[in-house]
Design a protein around this ligand. Sequence first.
Ligand SMILES: [Zn+2]
Ligand SMILES: [Zn+2]
Ligand SMILES: [Zn+2]
Length: 254
Amino acid sequence: MKITFLGTGTSVGIPMIGCQCETCLSCDTRDKRLRASIVLENHGKKILVDPSIDFRQQALRERLDTLDAIFVTHCHADHVFGLDDIRPINFRSGVIGCYASETTWRELKRIFSYVFKPFSLSSLPQIFAHTIEGKFSIFGLEVTPLEVIHGRLPVTAFRFNKTALSVAYVTDCNIIPENTLEQLQNLDLLILDALRHREHPTHLTLEKSLKYIEQLRPRRALLTHMSHDLKHEVVSNELPENVALAYDGLQVNL
Ligand SMILES: [Zn+2]
Ligand SMILES: [Zn+2]
Ligand SMILES: [Zn+2]
């Protein structure tokens, strides 16, 4: 299994327009963060988790020209506004299965209503809508959808299991409910939201994120969806041994 971080930034992206802070002006490429998204590859099949608003740039950078499935965590602009840019991927991959919860589909179908209009002649993203209802298997992976809380919005986190290997992608949340925590045990890799140091109504602070990691004890944890408060080099020096900040372009082979 290979995971590539397409983006690791919060909704405004880093650098943030107009900001003169140390992180936004940093020359360290790890401080340049496009909007949060990963692509997970197993047996040559690629799953995109969130067609971020930066998807076009991310796909060009990673030479990503095919996809086999798209998973959507929730319908916020930073996570879904790249959906229209999958059209060139459709030229190679055909219709792509898109997996999201019922709540997420309700919003996606409203925002992207033109994609679901029958008999439209214009060039449209070709996706097949799957509503996630529970565990499912795809491309040799067992996928467990889990609910986390993002302010008031339920967000879908994903646990991916294959023989002797477990990975979870948990973005955009400030609370991980007890029953989800139970299903995030024994992970080889946990990818977790960590926005900044100061409290935020819809995201985990770095400190809260580290507390969850301490509680869940994954073998390794990578933090994502970071704001400019977290300068890569500064924060990296203060993290426990099994935790690191992810960065755009980071690849993890498992
Ligand atoms: Zn987000
Ligand atoms: Zn800044
Ligand atoms: Zn969000």
